[in-house]
Design a protein around this ligand. Sequence first.
Ligand code: PLP
Length: 368
Amino acid sequence: MRLDDGSYYFDCNATIPMKRKAVKAFLDGEKMAFANPSSPYFAGMKSKEVLESSRANILRKLRFEGELVFTSSATEANNLVILSAAKNEKIKKIIISKIEHPSVYELRQIVKSFGKEIIEIGVDKDGVVDLEQLENAISSQSFVSILTAHNETGVIQPVGEIARICERKMALFHTDAVQGFGKIELPFGETNPNAITISSHKIGGPKGVGALAFDKKIELIPMICGGGQEKGLRSSTESIPLIFSFSCAVDLIDTYRFSKLKEIRDEMEDNLSQKFGLTIYGKNSERLPNTSFFSIRGLDGREAQRILNENKIYVGTGSACHGAGKNLPKVLTEMGFSNEEYPIRVSISSLTKKRDIEKFTDIFCSLF
Ligand code: PLP
């Protein structure tokens, strides 16, 4: 997408700007419902009403039967559900994939400190979680957390099948759906996971708000204690402007329109492939339609990012959380790539025009 200052932004899996209607909803939320939703008078009741209708709206859009707790981010929601499982005496084993986002993956040590076994499931060369390994690892006292779509490769995981395996084995299943929600119809099929994490700023809502949807089988243990808001699961005064605006961004989700991004993403990959030796990660898998993660023979992605930046073109080199590191992103080594050049991630959104991506390809080809 083209920014107001003429620069081009192609790092939409990191975040996107708030949609205009979401900004309006933020301001409206503050205007119509500034009062504390816990206050017992009419103004407080109005805020409570907006809070609860936003909650119900997001649950409806998720097609999830259960409850939803608002958090400050998806990171917090992931921490809440995983650490609750770690503290739960009925759970003996926590199973994650080797390619989870750090907000899940980096909890391994804490999980172990609660005496739980932690098992990491690998992926194949196409970036898909190994279901056989998973099935063999699960027992009824397991809690499984596997992401819906990978933030770097964009590879969509077989979460519907995972949900069914977990149900059959009487294990609990949580999915971090941050990158899938709003981009694709969540591929759960008949069986919903027991808990789902989502984030507002990835879908054009404000930063600083996320949510965890969860069913009756999930027992949450609060990490933030105080006034007992969010049914005691997450104390602190709820931010109605953030939550109302998040709910508005959810209303604006249009996965059909988003699916069309595949055409311009594929065109870009084809055009770049004609000029460069391109390795596109996850190309043989089902991928998010907006994501391209590739290496170019003889070109270090970190250097490419720096030069593109000087030309006011912003791309990623992997997860924004890490920035570019010294080593290849973990997901690539897990997929069996070790001698590749440092990759580049181009991720677009419904605000990206065909001409933007054509401009990107032209400039890219002229620079390198
Ligand atoms: N999970 C995934 C898969 C992500 O891509 C991200 C952000 O990049 C997060 C979790 C964290 O989201 P938040 O920024 O809301 O904490």
